[in-house]
Design a protein around this ligand. Structure first.
Ligand code: SF4
Length: 264
């Protein structure tokens, strides 16, 4: 089950039951649904590490959604061997090259490659002669390599911006669980709702929609109070009545020329 909660009222603004056990690939669809429900031009969305996906981050950025998702820690394979990892190389956008730990440049090579995830990569490599003479080469190169190569996704600038954003986002990310766990905690502890009661995708979606509606309704009552809710409802109904009356007036005026003259 995927849900998006607004941070002001803790209301479920978008939700969906999905037939997918992984959260990877869910971020953009949920964020976009929330953005549409809120009729917002831009949106800031916080998600946990399980949602990290470069393609999803790009889709969010393309749609005016600023996403905050913790970076996966990775398995630290190179660090464990005492070797430099990607973190030790910095990209220079002006030179379109990487700076290595020895202060040398890894320049862009010709061509573009498609990796196993169907993403297009550009490769950057050091010069053989420089790497061969480098005092740090034992920490940089594998046993058979003559130079170091860095692979960069064609849209890596999206990830660079996300990485920079995440640097100062610790406080923001601490708020995340307090926002999204609110409905889950309420539904589990107060309503005792711990599993779906029906079976089948469509039925489960329907069951969840009812639970989300109940949660939102009780939340609205808690925020506005019963009398406040009735007053808000009356206001909406009254504006609808005014609208209906205006439409009827307009229709009657439009029909006026077609009406038969009244015989005295
Ligand atoms: S081996 Fe090459 S890429 Fe690695 S640190 Fe030395 S000069 Fe830089």
């Amino acid at each position: 089950m995927q849900i998006a909660i607004d941070d002001k009222h803790k209301l479920i603004v978008a939700s969906e039951v999905v037939n997918d056990s992984s959260d990877v690939g869910q971020l953009h669809a949920m964020a976009q649904a929330a953005k549409q429900a809120l009729d917002a031009k831009t949106l800031q969305v916080l998600a946990d590490e399980g949602y990290y996906s470069s393609l999803e981050l790009k889709a969010c950025e393309d749609d005016g959604i600023t996403a905050y998702v913790p970076l996966p820690k990775g398995n630290g394979r190179l660090e464990k061997k005492g070797r430099f990892s990607l973190k030790d190389f910095s990209y220079d956008g002006v030179a379109d090259a990487y700076h290595c730990p020895a202060g040398q440049l890894l320049n862009r090579t010709k061509g573009r490659w498609e990796n196993t995830s169907d993403r297009i990569e550009i490769r950057y490599a050091g010069r053989n002669a420089i790497c061969r003479a480098c005092p740090l080469k034992t920490r940089c190169l594998s046993a058979k390599a003559v130079t170091r190569t860095i692979r960069r996704w064609e849209h890596e600038d999206v990830l660079d911006r996300h990485r920079a954003r995440m640097q100062g986002a610790a406080k923001l990310m601490r708020c995340r669980s307090g926002i999204v766990e609110h409905p889950f905690g309420t539904l589990k502890c107060r309503a005792g709702y711990r599993h779906f009661l029906v079976r089948g995708f469509d039925k489960v979606r329907g069951e969840w929609s009812l639970m989300a509606l109940c949660y939102n309704f009780t939340r609205v009552l808690n925020i506005l109070g019963f009398e406040g809710f009735i007053a808000a409802l009356a206001k909406v109904l009254s504006s609808c009545r005014n609208l209906l009356a205006a439409v009827m007036d307009a229709l009657l005026s439009a029909m006026e020329p077609f009406r038969a003259p009244t015989v005295p």
